[in-house]
Design a protein around this ligand. Sequence first.
Ligand SMILES: NC(=O)c1ccc[n+]([C@@H]2O[C@H](COP(=O)([O-])OP(=O)(O)OC[C@H]3O[C@@H](n4cnc5c(N)ncnc54)[C@H](OP(=O)(O)O)[C@@H]3O)[C@@H](O)[C@H]2O)c1
Length: 159
Amino acid sequence: MEAIVAVYSDWGIGRDGTQPVVLKVDRAHFRELTAGAAVIVGRRTLGDFPGGKPLKGRDNIVVSRQADLHIEGARVAHSTEEALAMAKDYPRCLVIGGASVYRQFFPYLDTVHITKIDLCPESDSFFPDLDALPDWDGESGDWQEENGVRYCFCTYRKK
Ligand SMILES: NC(=O)c1ccc[n+]([C@@H]2O[C@H](COP(=O)([O-])OP(=O)(O)OC[C@H]3O[C@@H](n4cnc5c(N)ncnc54)[C@H](OP(=O)(O)O)[C@@H]3O)[C@@H](O)[C@H]2O)c1
């Protein structure tokens, strides 16, 4: 299974339920890589989407422990196992966060698309530092800039 995430230079991914710095180019990259696929998303991250609504053009699997939660345009999974079973209904599924979801699905990931953003705003949510994990190999694209902020697109694969 794949995941996609944008990390700051300390592998922070967000604070107070949102991302302190978002690049337009990264949004476009996210749209391109997830178009037509299924996505697994935590209920809190869903709340940070425009209007708190599932993403259009993707099959949304929202994880929540709330038994009676119904979300128009999404399937609700009540456990990691239920989400993994639902993911099998689709040819491609990406884990799109947030922190608790990345953590719980981490053992099932073989590919992670990472946008590295060369800034370090204070985060309270983090992604595992894949550069420090010997069982992951990373390929980095060239560093580029948006409004003076450096970023690069990387792909990490589990060995
Ligand atoms: N930089 C990035 O690329 C990126 C991407 C996505 C998110 N983020 C950031 O990540 C942060 C949010 O992460 P978070 O950890 O607070 O929230 P989250 O992972 O998005 O959602 C947590 C919620 O998901 C549900 N949940 C989690 N594990 C579950 C399981 N095994 N079974 C059933 N339900 C489960 C629970 O919902 P209920 O409470 O409803 O039970 C839980 O409260 C934000 O700062 C956001 O901006 C960053």
